[in-house]
Design a protein. Structure first.
Length: 369
């Protein structure tokens, strides 16, 4: 990566974290009673500890709080525990010579505890614990959720669930009766190599026994003209999608949701479009003409800029992949490319295309010519 690209990526990363932090602080302030402002201080301190590696913390603090005092900034960048941080914050404000509102507020807090800082800090920490925010370290919390989801997954495949499924399977077959569905979804695979922060799946049920999908395709063909393949990351399971296109004669819209991780070069992306086009061409000429809707996730989660512990940055799924998809799609009229963007506050202003993710895409497309 060139130096200019590194600098651009750093600027995009800091801007994204700045928006995240500001929104988090506003939400916290609007949701909690905090007469002395110390719960707000604790939230800010813990958010930074949890979300930003040390090498980028000072720069981010300066962007969010451009007028912050150096001593306060130092308290935020030091890896203390909550108790020591609160003690440092209170000590900072009490030695200020001016009678600032924040100083007067903390003096009232101390007066209610006979001037004992330790008792005041204990009260604030007790109130903080009641909020149950950031209780576990991030990775430990993720591991706990993963274990819970895995336990639930094992229960789904347990004896009780097998009895439930047997009852459903014993019902009279009505799939072939008249009536149709506007769309049918197919999930060939649940696994995904990405760990996007918005995803509800921390652990995914493995699918070990794969069967010939033709029997399923026959049923789908009777009930709908529109099919959506979704998952999971289906990048390594495209064969079933190609088979569906050429096999299901009465379906004329084939949609598939992918994350775009495969589109690392323009050549590889063009090969994917070509494979879809060839599947369309295999449909016999006597059946309805079909089209493919290639849906690609494109948002601040899939394209999130991630920092390792040393501060080195990378995109989860590079914006350049999305640019490759756009460029490759121009030559295929039967394949409609759709970028699926998660709604955020920028969606309601023209800033949507001026800052953030779309600005990164526009810059990348410009560089590609």
């Amino acid at each position: 990566m060139s130096q200019s690209n590194k600098e651009s990526l750093l600027e995009d990363y800091l801007a994204w974290q700045q928006r995240r932090l500001k929104e988090a602080l506003i939400n916290f302030k609007n949701s909690n009673q905090d007469p002395f402002g110390l719960l707000y201080d604790l939230y800010l301190y813990n958010w930074l500890q949890r979300e930003v590696v040390p090498v980028h913390k000072k720069t981010l603090i300066a962007r969010v709080f451009p007028k912050i005092d150096g001593e306060l900034a130092g308290l935020l960048t030091t890896s203390w525990d909550n108790r020591k941080y609160l003690q440092g914050i209170i000590a900072y404000w009490l030695i200020q010579k001016q009678n600032l509102p924040r100083k007067e507020s903390l003096e009232k807090l101390l007066a209610s505890h006979n001037g004992q800082v330790s008792l005041a800090v204990a009260e604030i920490l007790a109130n903080w614990q009641k909020l149950a925010i950031f209780v576990l370290p991030k990775q430990e919390a993720i591991s706990q959720i993963k274990a819970l989801q895995k336990k639930r997954g094992s229960e789904v495949a347990g004896e009780l669930d097998k009895k439930r499924v047997a009852l459903v399977d014993g019902l009279p077959e009505k799939f072939n009766q008249s009536g149709s569905l506007s769309k049918i979804g197919v999930i060939p695979h649940m696994g995904c190599a990405q760990e996007c922060r918005h995803c509800m799946f921390v652990w995914r049920q493995p699918i070990r026994d794969r069967v010939d999908p033709v029997q399923l395709f026959d049923k789908i063909n009777l009930k709908t003209e529109s099919v959506l393949f979704t998952g999971g990351d289906l990048d390594k399971h495209m064969g079933e999608f190609y088979q569906a296109i050429s096999y299901m004669e009465d379906v004329n819209v084939f949609a598939i949701l992918l994350n775009g991780a495969f589109a690392t070069t323009l050549k590889e992306t063009q090969e994917r479009f070509l494979a879809i086009s060839e599947a369309l061409q295999k449909r016999v000429s006597t059946i309805p003409r079909a089209k493919v809707v290639l849906q690609i996730s494109f948002d601040e989660y899939h394209q999130e800029i991630i920092s390792d512990e040393k501060g080195e940055l990378r995109e989860r799924i590079p914006v350049a992949n999305i640019a490759n998809l756009i460029m490759a799609s121009l030559n295929y009229h039967d394949i409609q490319l759709v970028l699926l963007h998660k709604q955020n506050r920028l969606n309601f202003s023209d800033n949507l295309i001026k800052v953030g993710l779309f600005a990164r895409l526009n810059r990348t497309l410009t560089e590609m010519g």
